[in-house]
Every structure is written in structure tokens, then in C-alpha cells.
Design a protein around this ligand. Structure first.
Ligand SMILES: *[C@@H]1O[C@H](CO)[C@@H](O)[C@H](O)[C@H]1NC(C)=O
Ligand SMILES: *[C@@H]1O[C@H](CO)[C@@H](O)[C@H](O)[C@H]1NC(C)=O
Ligand SMILES: *[C@@H]1O[C@H](CO)[C@@H](O)[C@H](O)[C@H]1NC(C)=O
Length: 432
């Protein structure tokens, strides 16, 4: 019985005009019966045949109804010379369902086509890309004693790792000149608490976690959020605002690749020379749409309502500086607020749920990308020092959008290029 169903489906799928060769019809021939008139132009009794308890016809009117239900099963073959396809001997199967060619289905992140082979058996032909969520990572990481836990995010199911490395990250490799930039040394012999969190030190000043979506705009998000936080902190809350990553994504276009990534030095220079507007004025779209701000327009010309009446210019920053030493990074955060860091992301990181992240070497080790994040503080957990870092994948990811990563060991390169900057706070509000 199951075979009949495949046949029916096959005929429909191929757009066949007639569902011939129902295995439960008495086998013909009908039109092909010797002795009788075979194929007629007009409807006549001599051109009909008994089939079950009715008649079928072998004339050109038998197909006038859309269901073709009074055509004899072999009408097309005998009268029109159309050879029916051989019955399908074996369909494609996936998760208990059967498919006939031509059809497609997804196996996790890969598209599969049900292809007919020469021997009338169908089989899947699938893409073979590495999927973002990996059983190897889940089982490898979730062992007792590991410092962090991994989870299978439904939001990432059906996505390819190669796409995530472009559209969930977005920091293009640093240019050699940028990499040669000398670090700022604070070298302060001061008290460093074991635990520090900018969200506790400056409640209400720290901008929320952003969800960059499937757009490689981490660079724009990190720069906009670090700049926002620093505006609020340096102005003692007078310029407490959320700046718009979209104003960078859409307007810092020269040498940039929009949702396929940005150069952080170019973007910081854009923030320094042209500035950003606030989120309300230019909400996030997760696409590199054309810039609607003029190069040197004022906030009012941009249609924004500045929260501080004196402010006319966009929110700009001073020249960015580089930090590298653990203590210097800590000092800078305590003094001026969150910093922008760049880390290398491998497949396991996408699975992070909680704990102190250290690269596990489970999953793909070859594929990787650079990611811009915002370090907001530090702490210690079971004797392990960590940074507290805001990611830009929404609050459903990690610890409410944040993660902890080992500190003082340049884990995933997170201490290799950290950016600090001063925001151009309105003069009268500057923190003394
Ligand atoms: C019936 O078959 C004839 C011959 O092939 C074709 O010309 C005609 O379009 C068909 N009519 C319908 C309703 O399918
Ligand atoms: C992740 O969860 C989905 C269901 O949401 C499941 O189909 C898939 O097999 C899981 N992946 C792994 C690697 O366990
Ligand atoms: C930190 O790690 C990155 C890559 O993971 C490496 O390129 C860089 O040289 C390291 N920096 C230091 C100071 O060790």
C-alpha cells in the first residue's frame, strides 16, 4: 500500500497529467487491447473499456475534466505515445518522513536535495558545511570540573558556522599600523578590588546589551556602547544616553563592509571626526542601509532631540588609545568605564552558557573570527580570575547577554588589543 502513495505523490510532483498504473487497478491493457478500435477522436462505445464497475475511454475527450477520471490508465501511453516514468523503487527518507524527487529538506544547517538515480532509487545529496551548534562541543565542554558550561541554543540551530563567523562577529583583522600602536601605561600602584562591575559602580549609566542580529556589526555596537557608557560616567549622568550603532553601521561606510564587518580604527576615527547620534534618533536596523545623516550636520539638523539642551554637535570621542596589561585595563575601567576589546572566537564560544570561558578545543579549530566586545568589570570564581564582558547577541545568550572569560592570561587574545577613549562631554558637565 505504501508504494501506491509514493506513486501518487510522484505523479503530482512531476506534474504528470494522468495518474496511471495504480497498482490496485486491474492491469490493462485497455486502449492497447488488440482487435478493438484503439484510439478515437470522438466518444464512441467501441472505444471504451470496462474498468472496475464503470467505463474508461480512449478518446481525446477523456481528459476534458481536470481530474481525467474517465481516461483509461494507458491512454497517454498508447494514444499519445507518452512513456510513463518507471515507478520509484526507493524514496528519500529523513526523520521518519519520505520524500520523492525533486524535493528539498534541511539536515540541521545543510540543504539536501532528493535526487533520482539511474536505477529509479532516490537519494539525498546534501551540502556539507559545519553547523554552528555541535554535539562535540556540548559533550566535550559539559564535563564535571570544567570552568564553563555549554548549551544548545535553538536560536542558532540550523545555522552554519561560516555564516556565524561573518554575521555574529564583524571585526575585520587589524591593519599592521594599528597593531603596532603602542599601549598606554597607567602603571598605577593603587588598590584593585577582587571584584568590580561598572553596572554596580555606576547604576543606570551602563547601556543595555544589544542584539546585533545576523549582521556583522559588533564593531559598531562595541564602539557605540563604550562611548555611551563613558559619556554618562564622565558627565556624572548629565549626558546619560544610549548611542546608536546604526549611525556607525550606516554612515561609516568608507573602507567598511557594513554587515560583513568593519575596521575598528576606521570606525573610531569616524566617531572622533563626525560623532554618533543617539539610539532614539537612529534606531538599530541590523542592515547597512544608506546613511541619512549629513557629514557635518548638527544634532538638530539630524532631527535628534539632544537630552542636554546646550549640546548641538554629535557625540564624539577623543583619540582612541590602546591598553594591554591586565592592571592597566582594570585601572582604566575603574576610572573611566567599560573598554572595547577584541577577541578571537572559535566554534565553542557560541555555545557559552555560564562560567569562566576558556577555549576548549572542541568543535572546529581551524575556523575562527575576530569579535568586538565591551569589558565592564572583573572578578574571581573558584580561584579563577575573570573579566565580565558584554556580548552583542541579545540577553538570551550567556549570562543575560554577558560572559566571563579568564583574566590575566590573554585568553582568546582578549588582552591583546583593548581600546580606551575619552568622550567629548559637554564642557560644563565634565567630571572633576
Ligand atoms: C487532452 O489531450 C489533448 C491531446 O494531447 C490535448 O490537446 C488537450 O489539451 C487535452 N485537454 C485537457 C483538458 O487536458
Ligand atoms: C540542538 O537542539 C535541536 C532541537 O532544538 C536538536 O534537533 C539538535 O539535534 C540539537 N543539537 C545538538 C548538537 O545536540
Ligand atoms: C594574545 O593572544 C593573541 C592571539 O590569541 C596573540 O596574537 C597576541 O600576540 C597575544 N598577546 C600577548 C601580549 O601575548
Amino acid at each position: 500500500m505504501a508504494n501506491n502513495i509514493y506513486l501518487l505523490v510522484l505523479c503530482v510532483a512531476l506534474g504528470a497529467v494522468v495518474a496511471y498504473r495504480y497498482p490496485d487497478l486491474p492491469p490493462g491493457p485497455y486502449c492497447g487491447t488488440g482487435g478493438r478500435q484503439q484510439c478515437c477522436t470522438n466518444r464512441q462505445d467501441s472505444c471504451s473499456h470496462r474498468i472496475l464497475d464503470t467505463l474508461c475511454y480512449c478518446d481525446q475527450f477523456c481528459n476534458r475534466t481536470t481530474s481525467h477520471d474517465d481516461c483509461c490508465p494507458d491512454y497517454e501511453e498508447v494514444c499519445l505515445g507518452i512513456t510513463p516514468p518507471e515507478p520509484l523503487l526507493q524514496p528519500c527518507r529523513l526523520n521518519g518522513k519520505t520524500y520523492v524527487p525533486p524535493s528539498t529538506a534541511m539536515k540541521d544547517c545543510n540543504t539536501c536535495q532528493c535526487i533520482l538515480r539511474g536505477d529509479n532509487k532516490a537519494e539525498w545529496e546534501c551540502e556539507s558545511d559545519v553547523c554552528l551548534m555541535s554535539g562535540d562541543v556540548l559533550h566535550g565542554v559539559n564535563r564535571p570540573g570544567n570552568s564553563w558550561r555549554a548549551t544548545n541554543y535553538t536560536e542558532f540551530y540550523g545555522k552554519k558556522l561560516k555564516d556565524a563567523l561573518v554575521y555574529k562577529l564583524g571585526t575585520l583583522p587589524l591593519s599592521p599600523e594599528t597593531r603596532r600602536m603602542g599601549p598606554i601605561r597607567h602603571d598605577k600602584d593603587t588598590f584593585y578590588p577582587t571584584h568590580f562591575d561598572a553596572r554596580e559602580a555606576w547604576p543606570t549609566y551602563i547601556s543595555p546589551v544589544v542584539d546585533q542580529g545576523w549582521c556583522g556589526s559588533d564593531w559598531a555596537v562595541a564602539i557605540a556602547t563604550v562611548t555611551s557608557d563613558r559619556f554618562a560616567i564622565q558627565s556624572n549622568g548629565a549626558e546619560n544616553l544610549v548611542l546608536s550603532p546604526q549611525s556607525l553601521l550606516s554612515c561609516s561606510r568608507k573602507q567598511q563592509q557594513g554587515c560583513k564587518g568593519g575596521h575598528i580604527d576606521v570606525a573610531w576615527n569616524f566617531a572622533k571626526n563626525f560623532g554618533l547620534v543617539d539610539e532614539q534618533c537612529y534606531p538599530y536596523e541590523a542592515k547597512a542601509s544608506p546613511c541619512r545623516l549629513k557629514k557635518r550636520s548638527t544634532l538638530r539638523e539630524d532631527g535628534c532631540i539632544p537630552p542636554v539642551p546646550q549640546r548641538t554637535l554629535r557625540y564624539r570621542v577623543g583619540p582612541p588609545g590602546r591598553l594591554q596589561k591586565e592592571k592597566d585595563i582594570m585601572y582604566d575601567i575603574m576610572q573611566s568605564g567599560p573598554v572595547h576589546a577584541i577577541m578571537t572566537v572559535h566554534q565553542d564560544f557560541f555555545h557559552y552558557r555560564d562560567g569562566v570561558y576558556r577555549r576548549s578545543h572542541h568543535g572546529s579549530n581551524e575556523m575562527k573570527g575576530f569579535h568586538s566586545v565591551r569589558i565592564v568589570g572583573w572578578g574571581e570564581e573558584r580561584g579563577e580570575k575573570y573579566w565580565t564582558v558584554a556580548n552583542s547577541w541579545g540577553t538570551w545568550w550567556g549570562e543575560n547577554g554577558y560572559f566571563k572569560i579568564a583574566r590575566g592570561v590573554n585568553e582568546s587574545g582578549i588582552e591583546s588589543f583593548v581600546v580606551t577613549v575619552l568622550s567629548d562631554v559637554t564642557e560644563s558637565y565634565k567630571k572633576k
